[in-house]
Design a protein around this ligand. Sequence first.
Ligand SMILES: [Mn+2]
Length: 510
Amino acid sequence: MGNLTLIIVCSFFQDADEFIQRQEYLFEKLKVDSIVFKAPNMESGETQEDNLVKGYHFYYIFGFDLNSEGYVVLKKGEKGITRTLYSDEMPSILITKMQGFKKKKLKDYKSIEEKLGNDAVYWEHGSSSEKNKSSEQSARLNRLITAMRTIKSPAEIALIQKATDITCNAHNQVMKKVSKLKTEQEIEKLILNTYAAEGAQDIGFSCIVGSGVNGVTLHYMDNNSNLPDDSLVVIDIGCKYNNYVTDVTRTIPTGGKFSGKMKKAYEAVLGAQKEAEKRLKPGVTLAQLQEVSVRYLKEQNFPPFPHGLSHHVGLAVHDDNNTGYMKPLKAGMVITIEPGYYSKKDGFGIRIEDMYLVTESGFIRMSESAPREIDQIEKLITTPDSVVAANEPRKFDIDDKELDAQPSSKRRTFGINVDTSVTDEDIDSLKLEQNAGAVKVESVVPGSVADKCGIEDGDYIINFDGKDIGRDSSYEDLVSLIQTAKAGTEIKIVVIRNGKSMTLNAKFEK
Ligand SMILES: [Mn+2]
């Protein structure tokens, strides 16, 4: 990764409270004594897609995934909810940190199941099955979670914003370097490198990089053609950040200039997107947005596009929701608007896709830091050092105070810049235990938790709150640990400084 430096953004994490509140909300709405969740089992014969869809609901309620068979039993008692996980696997996130979570062997589940009998609601990925003793309640539970997921919490919005900022930066990198790139594959590589350098844990979906006539294929993923000299390339991408994804498409000229039919068509598509934006506020439906968008294209003598204008985005790129195309949108929903033009005859495709948070008064375009105006895109391609108007990632409108006011979305500000140029040899030189890893601190943000506890530039963090940093994914490990650190309690951090290990104490604000 070279000498790239990245800021470890630990400001935006959902802490365990948010998941606990969701569990409590289920009891409040369903008015039952017990709820049994069967964990999504990736090993089973069901399709991967199916499992993913099911996995999102489970993750939304508990904040972790299981890759093996397991059950979570929630029981409402006088002292609150008791939570028991029946599984032979330990979830990667530190489940013991979640209040009152008991862990039992999978084989013990059989006995509890008989006791629960018909008084429990059984949830098995939302589908009714033989085991579903209360299928009507089960379907209700499933719809309830879908409804909850449709409106994003401030913590979720911040995560989607972060994923969006990283993805927009990948677009900016491509615009700045496209004149030197020769193939679709090189563009894809640049995108993936940007994701990694900025701390995205994964892709949200496979990159679509369609140059020339390949841009006409909606889900083109071969990405193996040479870039034509003077054509367009459709780049539809989104990374995953702390389980949340994003979806942003830009179409750029390989030769640096939109000309002739390309320019005319691009202007029409951009106009169609802006027409939909004009109507975007609570109360409007996606069908209405699609209608105005298509009508605008028709007025400009361009055909309707062969796909939906919008979809919801969250844990999934096409996120589950209870609104569809016909029900009015509400504040807190996150959607795309993505009109397009596709012509084999012209030899190119165009799609412009942005991410929108619906607000009380209208919307916030979350992806505005990747330019979409013709003059700005051309400027960035031809003079890569220039800064165009929208270049800076947007600072999200929910300010700190508002975030702090939400008990479910306490911020985890740690405050270090990570040195990503650390090699395996660097880690070896620390002489750690087998499979142990380390995160090297490039610099500390003044006044941050890291600063207050005495972390210094050049320190290697090897253990956080009793947990070793792993060898293979040290960065992700640290992020997970910070995410689950409990506010107000003392946390021990072991660092290696000048070859010597030392223990520092940190405390996250309540
Ligand atoms: Mn999309």
